[in-house]
Design a binder for this molecule. Structure first.
Ligand SMILES: Cc1cc2nc3c(=O)[nH]c(=O)nc-3n(C[C@H](O)[C@H](O)[C@H](O)COP(=O)(O)O)c2cc1C
Length: 280
């Protein structure tokens, strides 16, 4: 019999297909939480205590770090005026301005530049690899914060839209050169259950010994069908309807291909260069 927290059941909810795993034991609660996780954008008014925020920030900073360089900085916005202002730049996402807690995760190369200077050494990694390393550190801290928060029944929503206003956000938070925001994070107690979005099939996103996507078209068709059966995309959310009209089957892949038909944040490179990242 399939139990509530069996891998078979959790796998079906995550991917919409049947897994090949044998046996049907309940998974440990920590894994159940990860498999059932979802983004939350609606929160109750209940504040997150300072004590809990301190714990969660310590968890975030326990993430691994490339060469132990620890190139992340996290800005917690505690000033409601500042959050209201930041939120007013992103009106399409009202969950930003009203979020009980809002953090901005930054890739921080400034600290190591200063450490190098303190120790009298040249800093020779102002290059693309150094930039990627700092970005990965910040991403891992963001993800670790989310997992920790979700473990204690908080909900989170990462906000890459802060990069739509990267100049204003950097100024608002007084981010110095060689520090840039990778994403914001809404954190609060969810006011509704939310929904679990289906993931692409592992057959497409995991590989054994060699990369192989020969079956991509069929795999995407199957995924589109499964997703549509659970969450059909309503017409008012069709992207660039004025250009592409209504699709016969407005699927996940149609939605994402329409999204990718427009470049996002084309000014990012020049902004980062102006903030001291050479990206070479
Ligand atoms: C780096 C990153 C940036 C994101 N930016 C936004 C955002 O700006 N606004 C938003 O509402 N959701 C944002 N999300 C949430 C994604 O939309 C969400 O993770 C995705 O739709 C999958 O849903 P799930 O997390 O519920 O499985 C972001 C997620 C990530 C990982």
């Amino acid at each position: 019999m399939m139990t509530q927290n069996s891998f078979t059941r959790l796998y079906r909810a995550r991917f919409g297909t049947t897994c090949e795993a044998e046996g049907d034991q309940d998974l440990p609660p920590s894994l159940v939480k990860i498999l059932r996780r979802r983004t939350h954008r609606q929160f109750t008014d209940q504040p997150v205590s300072d004590e809990l925020m301190e714990v969660l920030l310590a968890c975030a900073l326990s993430a691994p770090s490339k060469s132990d360089l620890q190139q992340v900085s996290i800005v917690r916005i505690s000033d409601p005026e500042k959050l209201r202002e930041l939120g007013s730049w992103i009106p399409a996402m009202p969950w930003v301005a009203t979020s009980p807690e809002f953090l901005v995760f930054c890739a921080d190369q400034r600290r190591m530049r200063r450490v190098s200077e303190l120790r009298g050494h040249e800093f020779a990694n102002d290059n693309l690899d150094g930039f990627v390393n700092a970005t990965i550190d910040a991403s891992l801290a963001l993800q670790t914060f989310m997992l920790a928060a979700e473990a204690v029944d908080l909900g989170c929503c990462a906000i890459s839209a802060v990069r739509d206003h990267i100049d204003r956000v950097s100024e608002l938070l007084e981010l110095p050169a060689a520090v840039y925001p990778i994403a914001g994070l809404c954190v609060g107690y969810p006011s509704r259950e939310g929904y679990q979005s289906l993931r692409l099939p592992p057959e497409l996103t995991t590989h054994v010994d060699r990369y192989d996507d020969d079956h991509l078209a069929d795999a995407i068709d199957g995924y589109d069908q499964r997703r549509d059966a659970i969450f059909p995309i309503p017409k008012e959310r069709y992207k660039y309807r004025e250009v592409f009209g209504d699709a016969e089957f407005y699927s996940w892949s149609e939605d994402k291909a329409r999204q990718e038909s427009r470049a996002e944040r084309e000014g990012l490179r020049s902004f980062l260069e102006s903030r001291g990242f050479s990206l070479e």
